[in-house]
Design a protein around this ligand. Structure first.
Ligand code: ZN
Length: 514
């Protein structure tokens, strides 16, 4: 019945226009039928209702009218997909609202353009893996000039568009300041990933014993919530044994030097994490939220003893974590496969898993996790029931495939612009791109563009880290140089775009979780 009325409305309203109806979005609530359409590049929420009923409360509309349906008359309103309506949408349809996920395994899917989420939804729907749809770091939001609210709103509209009712979380990723926590809380995020790396003393690995000792004495003991001597006694008693699957037994315990080093290196970071946790506790009151700590963007791999120290301290401060993103051995460079020894990775992951099983439960969170196809079988074997895999920029690259296929000239412009900005943009990433491997885009034929730039590690990395420059570039008159043109190509080839993103994410899910 709803679908019939909607089709009649499209026939009536769409006459002479190019309208796209998102059929999966159609949903009825009491007297009202809600669904999404697109006119040109603009998506709109339509609400239909019998002419004797009222406009549903809370939605703002820009156009109102009526149309005949059989012998009856129906009214319609067209509502812009703005923030006010997004927030009313979340109130009206709870499935468009993010939720806390606790310890469920999950895949994090960032959507830098705010357009790829329907593709993400199609991928997770097929396998039943729990998605974190709005996963965006403060760095990404700054670079794409999107606010936390816009990120979350775009996801709510996409969930509505797909009619997806399986639930999702929203991850405010790599938060480094109290103001980041406040801004993402205000937007409605449910998961908070605190990046404490600014508070870690990386030099601690090189200090002499005496330097360590004096720095240890000078830790902010009033904030440590523990007397120094009691702290030392506590850790000197700590000893755990890891039974590795190959029969090897590993013992973890703290010598005085180990303890001084761990405390000097991490204590200020732990105090920061604790402050953010308590802030969130207060903001959320009795409501649930997910809490992750990340130290993945650091130079050196996290040792098992450091992991043990971190989790012991979180426990001492009563900080309840759902996930921990360690820095693993090997290299996790953006957009390309794992670089490193697979056996070494497996062994070290096993040690970390044994620690988290013993002191948790909490999930092992793998960041920069997209395109790491060679380690997925290991993650699957050892950790699929306690894994949080974060992928992000990879969907942006998949969207550029659509641009390469349908607007090769625009794609070449993006590559050239990326190459110009690469040296600057790469600074905040740990990547080892060899630029000499990248061909001149003018020398590559249309048919070869994807292969040359999106299937090659060097090309992928250049495009992956320059997204911010590309998406925010403007001409002399202040108009977007690429952003709107990319959006246009993607929306004009919407189904192909979603299916391409979905296919790419499915490959991740199959190998990691199934
Ligand atoms: Zn990370």
């Amino acid at each position: 019945m709803s679908v019939r009325i909607v089709r009649d409305f499209i026939k009536f309203y769409g006459a002479g226009k190019t309208l796209t109806l998102y059929e999966s979005s159609i949903v009825r609530k009491k007297n009202h039928i809600f669904f999404l359409i697109r006119e040109g590049l603009n998506k709109k929420l339509v609400i239909l209702y019998p002419s004797d009923a009222e406009v549903p409360e809370g939605f703002v509309f820009e156009e109102k009218g009526s149309f005949p349906y059989g012998r009856k008359k129906f009214n319609y309103v067209l509502c812009p997909c703005n923030s006010k309506n997004a927030s009313q949408l979340r109130r009206t349809f709870p499935y468009t609202r993010p939720q806390a996920i606790g310890l469920r395994p999950a895949i994090g899917l960032g959507d830098r353009l705010g357009l790829a989420t329907p593709g993400h939804i199609r991928a997770v729907k097929e396998f039943g893996v729990f998605p974190v749809l709005a996963q965006q770091s403060i760095r990404e939001m700054e670079r794409t000039q999107r606010t936390p609210q816009e990120v979350l709103d775009d996801v709510s509209w996409a969930v509505f568009q797909e009619g997806y009712r399986g639930g999702f979380a929203a991850d405010a990723d790599h938060l480094k300041k109290e103001s980041h926590v406040d801004a993402t809380f205000a937007a409605g995020f449910t998961m908070y990933t605190i990046d404490c790396s600014d508070y870690i003393d990386f030099e601690a690995d090189n200090y002499s014993f005496n330097a360590l000792k004096s720095r240890f004495e000078n830790l902010p003991w009033d904030e440590m919530e523990c007397d120094k001597n009691r702290f030392i006694r506590l850790y000197k008693r700590k000893r755990i044994v890891l039974n590795m699957p190959d029969g090897e037994i590993k013992e973890l315990k703290f010598s005085e030097e180990d303890l001084f080093r761990a405390a000097v290196k991490f204590s200020r970071a732990i105090i920061f994490v604790t402050r953010m946790y308590r802030r969130l506790r207060k903001l959320f009151g009795r409501r649930r939220f997910d809490f992750e700590v990340s130290i993945d963007e650091t130079e050196k791999p996290t040792t098992p003893l450091e992991h043990l120290f971190l989790i012991s301290e979180f426990k001492r401060f009563k900080v309840k974590i759902h996930g921990l993103a360690l820095r693993f051995v090997g290299r996790f460079e953006k957009a390309i496969d794992y670089i490193g020894d697979l056996k070494e990775f497996e062994n070290s992951l096993m040690e970390h898993i044994l620690i988290s099983k013993r002191f948790g439960p909490y999930k092992i969170s793998v960041h920069s996790g997209s395109d790491k196809f060679s380690i997925y079988p290991i993650l699957n074997k050892l950790a699929s029931n306690m894994l949080h895999l974060k992928t992000s920029g990879t969907s942006y690259l998949e969207s550029l495939r659509i641009v390469a296929r349908h607007d090769p000239a625009l794609f070449r412009e993006i590559v050239k612009y990326g190459l110009e900005h690469f040296q600057e943009d790469r600074k905040s990433y740990h990547i080892s791109t060899d630029l000499s491997l990248i061909p001149d885009p003018d020398q590559v034929s249309n048919e070869e563009l994807e292969k040359a730039f999106l299937d090659s590690p060097a090309g992928r990395q250049v495009l992956h880290v320059t997204y911010g420059s590309v998406l925010t570039a403007k001409d002399e008159e202040g108009r977007w140089l690429f952003r709107e043109r990319i959006k246009k190509v993607l929306l004009e080839n919407e189904e192909e775009f979603y299916e391409t993103v979905a296919a790419h994410i499915k490959r991740h899910i199959k190998k990691c979780f199934m």
